[in-house]
Design a protein around this ligand. Structure first.
Ligand SMILES: [Zn+2]
Ligand SMILES: [Zn+2]
Length: 248
Protein backbone atom coordinates (compact mmCIF):
# COMPACT_ATOMS: atom_id res chain seq x y z
CA UNK A 1 0.00 0.00 0.00
CA UNK A 2 2.91 2.44 0.44
CA UNK A 3 3.46 2.37 -3.33
CA UNK A 4 -0.22 3.09 -3.91
CA UNK A 5 -0.15 6.06 -1.52
CA UNK A 6 3.06 7.48 -2.93
CA UNK A 7 2.00 7.21 -6.59
CA UNK A 8 -1.56 8.41 -6.01
CA UNK A 9 -0.35 11.37 -3.93
CA UNK A 10 2.14 12.32 -6.65
CA UNK A 11 -0.66 12.31 -9.22
CA UNK A 12 -3.15 14.30 -7.11
CA UNK A 13 -1.96 17.81 -8.15
CA UNK A 14 -2.81 16.88 -11.77
CA UNK A 15 -6.33 15.72 -10.96
CA UNK A 16 -9.41 17.95 -11.07
CA UNK A 17 -12.51 16.87 -9.22
CA UNK A 18 -15.64 17.59 -11.28
CA UNK A 19 -18.32 19.58 -9.52
CA UNK A 20 -22.04 19.68 -10.27
CA UNK A 21 -23.66 23.09 -10.57
CA UNK A 22 -25.16 25.48 -13.11
CA UNK A 23 -23.90 24.79 -16.64
CA UNK A 24 -22.64 21.32 -15.72
CA UNK A 25 -24.28 18.22 -17.21
CA UNK A 26 -26.00 16.37 -14.36
CA UNK A 27 -25.36 13.04 -16.07
CA UNK A 28 -21.74 13.24 -17.25
CA UNK A 29 -20.20 16.41 -15.72
CA UNK A 30 -19.58 17.95 -19.14
CA UNK A 31 -19.41 21.75 -19.10
CA UNK A 32 -22.33 23.25 -21.03
CA UNK A 33 -23.45 26.71 -22.07
CA UNK A 34 -25.86 26.94 -19.15
CA UNK A 35 -27.81 23.73 -19.75
CA UNK A 36 -28.51 21.04 -17.14
CA UNK A 37 -27.62 18.27 -19.58
CA UNK A 38 -25.10 18.26 -22.40
CA UNK A 39 -25.89 17.64 -26.05
CA UNK A 40 -24.44 14.09 -26.04
CA UNK A 41 -26.50 13.03 -23.01
CA UNK A 42 -29.71 14.58 -24.35
CA UNK A 43 -29.25 12.82 -27.67
CA UNK A 44 -27.80 9.50 -26.50
CA UNK A 45 -29.33 6.57 -24.67
CA UNK A 46 -28.90 6.20 -20.92
CA UNK A 47 -28.23 2.68 -19.69
CA UNK A 48 -26.04 3.50 -16.71
CA UNK A 49 -27.66 3.79 -13.30
CA UNK A 50 -24.76 5.90 -12.01
CA UNK A 51 -21.66 7.58 -13.37
CA UNK A 52 -18.64 8.88 -11.45
CA UNK A 53 -15.48 10.30 -12.98
CA UNK A 54 -12.37 10.46 -10.79
CA UNK A 55 -11.14 13.60 -12.52
CA UNK A 56 -11.51 15.80 -15.55
CA UNK A 57 -8.97 14.86 -18.20
CA UNK A 58 -7.88 17.98 -20.05
CA UNK A 59 -6.81 17.56 -23.68
CA UNK A 60 -2.99 17.62 -23.71
CA UNK A 61 -2.77 17.71 -19.89
CA UNK A 62 -0.80 15.31 -17.62
CA UNK A 63 -3.69 12.88 -16.98
CA UNK A 64 -4.62 12.79 -20.67
CA UNK A 65 -0.97 12.02 -21.53
CA UNK A 66 -0.70 9.27 -18.87
CA UNK A 67 -3.95 7.63 -20.07
CA UNK A 68 -2.72 7.75 -23.67
CA UNK A 69 0.77 6.49 -22.78
CA UNK A 70 -0.57 3.48 -20.89
CA UNK A 71 -2.13 2.27 -24.17
CA UNK A 72 0.92 2.63 -26.41
CA UNK A 73 2.91 -0.61 -26.36
CA UNK A 74 6.21 0.95 -27.35
CA UNK A 75 6.03 3.95 -25.04
CA UNK A 76 8.84 3.91 -22.45
CA UNK A 77 6.44 5.63 -20.06
CA UNK A 78 4.04 2.62 -20.05
CA UNK A 79 5.06 1.02 -16.70
CA UNK A 80 4.93 4.35 -14.84
CA UNK A 81 1.65 5.36 -16.48
CA UNK A 82 0.08 1.97 -15.72
CA UNK A 83 1.22 1.96 -12.08
CA UNK A 84 0.02 5.54 -11.62
CA UNK A 85 -3.42 4.84 -13.07
CA UNK A 86 -3.73 1.69 -10.95
CA UNK A 87 -2.77 3.63 -7.80
CA UNK A 88 -5.28 6.42 -8.52
CA UNK A 89 -8.06 3.90 -9.12
CA UNK A 90 -7.18 1.83 -6.02
CA UNK A 91 -7.14 4.81 -3.70
CA UNK A 92 -10.29 6.31 -5.22
CA UNK A 93 -12.44 3.17 -5.21
CA UNK A 94 -11.49 2.27 -1.65
CA UNK A 95 -13.27 5.40 -0.55
CA UNK A 96 -15.86 6.14 -3.25
CA UNK A 97 -17.13 2.89 -4.72
CA UNK A 98 -19.90 3.21 -2.15
CA UNK A 99 -20.82 6.66 -3.56
CA UNK A 100 -21.46 5.25 -7.04
CA UNK A 101 -23.17 2.14 -5.57
CA UNK A 102 -25.53 4.35 -3.54
CA UNK A 103 -26.38 6.38 -6.63
CA UNK A 104 -27.04 3.15 -8.56
CA UNK A 105 -29.30 1.94 -5.74
CA UNK A 106 -27.25 -1.10 -4.72
CA UNK A 107 -25.33 -1.99 -1.55
CA UNK A 108 -22.24 -2.98 -3.48
CA UNK A 109 -21.24 -4.21 -6.93
CA UNK A 110 -21.02 -8.00 -7.30
CA UNK A 111 -18.85 -7.91 -10.40
CA UNK A 112 -16.37 -5.48 -11.95
CA UNK A 113 -15.54 -5.30 -15.65
CA UNK A 114 -13.94 -2.94 -18.16
CA UNK A 115 -15.14 -1.48 -21.45
CA UNK A 116 -13.37 -3.46 -24.20
CA UNK A 117 -10.66 -1.71 -26.19
CA UNK A 118 -11.51 0.27 -29.31
CA UNK A 119 -9.58 -2.22 -31.41
CA UNK A 120 -10.62 -5.84 -31.18
CA UNK A 121 -7.08 -7.15 -31.71
CA UNK A 122 -5.81 -5.25 -28.66
CA UNK A 123 -8.51 -6.26 -26.27
CA UNK A 124 -6.88 -9.21 -24.48
CA UNK A 125 -3.85 -7.09 -23.63
CA UNK A 126 -5.85 -3.92 -22.94
CA UNK A 127 -3.90 -2.28 -20.08
CA UNK A 128 -7.05 -1.29 -18.23
CA UNK A 129 -8.09 -4.93 -18.04
CA UNK A 130 -4.79 -5.78 -16.35
CA UNK A 131 -5.12 -2.78 -14.02
CA UNK A 132 -8.64 -3.72 -12.89
CA UNK A 133 -8.20 -7.50 -13.02
CA UNK A 134 -4.75 -7.86 -11.47
CA UNK A 135 -3.34 -4.68 -9.95
CA UNK A 136 -6.12 -2.86 -8.09
CA UNK A 137 -6.92 -4.39 -4.68
CA UNK A 138 -10.57 -3.30 -4.42
CA UNK A 139 -11.48 -4.75 -7.87
CA UNK A 140 -9.28 -7.76 -8.71
CA UNK A 141 -11.28 -10.37 -6.73
CA UNK A 142 -14.52 -9.36 -8.43
CA UNK A 143 -13.16 -8.75 -11.93
CA UNK A 144 -14.48 -10.77 -14.85
CA UNK A 145 -14.16 -10.02 -18.59
CA UNK A 146 -17.93 -9.76 -19.13
CA UNK A 147 -17.91 -8.00 -22.50
CA UNK A 148 -16.61 -8.60 -26.01
CA UNK A 149 -16.66 -6.30 -28.99
CA UNK A 150 -18.97 -7.60 -31.72
CA UNK A 151 -18.42 -7.60 -35.48
CA UNK A 152 -21.17 -4.99 -35.91
CA UNK A 153 -20.21 -1.92 -37.93
CA UNK A 154 -20.90 0.97 -35.57
CA UNK A 155 -20.21 4.68 -35.47
CA UNK A 156 -17.36 5.51 -33.06
CA UNK A 157 -19.05 8.21 -31.03
CA UNK A 158 -22.65 7.05 -31.10
CA UNK A 159 -24.58 4.81 -28.77
CA UNK A 160 -25.16 1.40 -30.35
CA UNK A 161 -26.47 -1.55 -28.35
CA UNK A 162 -24.87 -3.90 -30.92
CA UNK A 163 -21.34 -2.67 -30.28
CA UNK A 164 -20.64 -5.13 -27.43
CA UNK A 165 -22.07 -8.47 -26.32
CA UNK A 166 -21.93 -10.01 -22.86
CA UNK A 167 -19.90 -13.20 -22.53
CA UNK A 168 -22.54 -14.89 -20.33
CA UNK A 169 -25.74 -14.45 -18.35
CA UNK A 170 -25.59 -11.97 -15.48
CA UNK A 171 -28.77 -13.02 -13.64
CA UNK A 172 -29.43 -9.95 -11.54
CA UNK A 173 -25.82 -9.01 -10.72
CA UNK A 174 -24.91 -5.41 -9.95
CA UNK A 175 -21.97 -4.58 -12.21
CA UNK A 176 -19.34 -1.87 -11.88
CA UNK A 177 -18.06 -0.89 -15.31
CA UNK A 178 -14.67 0.80 -15.48
CA UNK A 179 -13.21 2.79 -18.37
CA UNK A 180 -10.15 4.98 -18.70
CA UNK A 181 -11.75 7.90 -20.54
CA UNK A 182 -15.24 9.26 -21.09
CA UNK A 183 -15.65 11.54 -24.09
CA UNK A 184 -19.22 11.31 -25.43
CA UNK A 185 -20.17 8.38 -23.18
CA UNK A 186 -21.29 6.36 -26.22
CA UNK A 187 -18.87 3.55 -25.53
CA UNK A 188 -19.72 3.11 -21.81
CA UNK A 189 -23.48 3.44 -22.46
CA UNK A 190 -23.25 0.84 -25.25
CA UNK A 191 -21.33 -1.47 -22.89
CA UNK A 192 -23.95 -0.95 -20.19
CA UNK A 193 -26.70 -1.80 -22.72
CA UNK A 194 -25.04 -5.18 -23.38
CA UNK A 195 -24.73 -5.87 -19.63
CA UNK A 196 -28.37 -4.97 -18.98
CA UNK A 197 -29.49 -7.12 -21.94
CA UNK A 198 -27.59 -10.05 -20.36
CA UNK A 199 -29.49 -9.62 -17.08
CA UNK A 200 -27.45 -7.14 -15.02
CA UNK A 201 -29.69 -5.57 -12.39
CA UNK A 202 -27.85 -2.27 -12.25
CA UNK A 203 -24.72 -0.97 -13.95
CA UNK A 204 -22.64 1.82 -12.44
CA UNK A 205 -19.62 3.33 -14.16
CA UNK A 206 -16.37 4.85 -12.91
CA UNK A 207 -13.94 6.45 -15.35
CA UNK A 208 -10.51 7.87 -14.57
CA UNK A 209 -10.74 10.89 -16.87
CA UNK A 210 -13.83 12.75 -18.05
CA UNK A 211 -12.36 14.35 -21.19
CA UNK A 212 -12.69 18.11 -21.68
CA UNK A 213 -11.43 20.38 -24.40
CA UNK A 214 -10.03 23.48 -22.62
CA UNK A 215 -10.38 25.55 -25.80
CA UNK A 216 -14.17 25.07 -26.02
CA UNK A 217 -16.27 28.05 -24.92
CA UNK A 218 -15.17 29.19 -21.43
CA UNK A 219 -13.89 25.81 -20.29
CA UNK A 220 -10.40 26.94 -19.30
CA UNK A 221 -11.70 29.81 -17.14
CA UNK A 222 -14.28 27.53 -15.54
CA UNK A 223 -11.71 24.86 -14.74
CA UNK A 224 -9.35 27.32 -13.08
CA UNK A 225 -11.09 27.46 -9.66
CA UNK A 226 -11.27 23.64 -9.58
CA UNK A 227 -7.53 23.16 -10.02
CA UNK A 228 -5.38 22.30 -7.03
CA UNK A 229 -8.34 21.18 -4.93
CA UNK A 230 -8.35 17.44 -5.58
CA UNK A 231 -8.20 15.10 -2.60
CA UNK A 232 -8.97 11.38 -2.28
CA UNK A 233 -11.36 12.05 0.60
CA UNK A 234 -14.00 13.58 -1.69
CA UNK A 235 -15.44 12.62 -5.07
CA UNK A 236 -17.70 14.40 -7.53
CA UNK A 237 -20.73 12.77 -5.87
CA UNK A 238 -19.91 13.23 -2.19
CA UNK A 239 -17.96 16.54 -2.39
CA UNK A 240 -19.58 19.21 -0.27
CA UNK A 241 -21.80 16.73 1.54
CA UNK A 242 -19.68 16.99 4.70
CA UNK A 243 -19.92 20.77 4.66
CA UNK A 244 -23.68 20.61 4.11
CA UNK A 245 -24.06 18.23 7.07
CA UNK A 246 -21.98 20.53 9.30
CA UNK A 247 -24.03 23.57 8.26
CA UNK A 248 -27.36 21.82 8.99
ZN1 LIG B 1 -23.66 14.89 -20.39
ZN1 LIG C 1 -17.51 9.92 -2.78
Amino acid sequence: MTGVRRLSDAAAPHLIVPQLGPGVCGDCFNLTRGYGRCFACTRGQQRLAAFLPVSYSIAGGPLHRALAASKRDADPFVPVATATIAAILWRFLERHEQCVAAMAGVDRFDLVTTVPSGERSRDARHPLRRIVGQLVGPTRERHAPLLARTEAEVQQRQFDARRFAATGQLSGAAVLLIDDTWTSGASAQSAAAALVAAGARRVGCVVIGRHLNPAWDRNEARLQPLRGRFGYDQCALCAGRGEAARAA
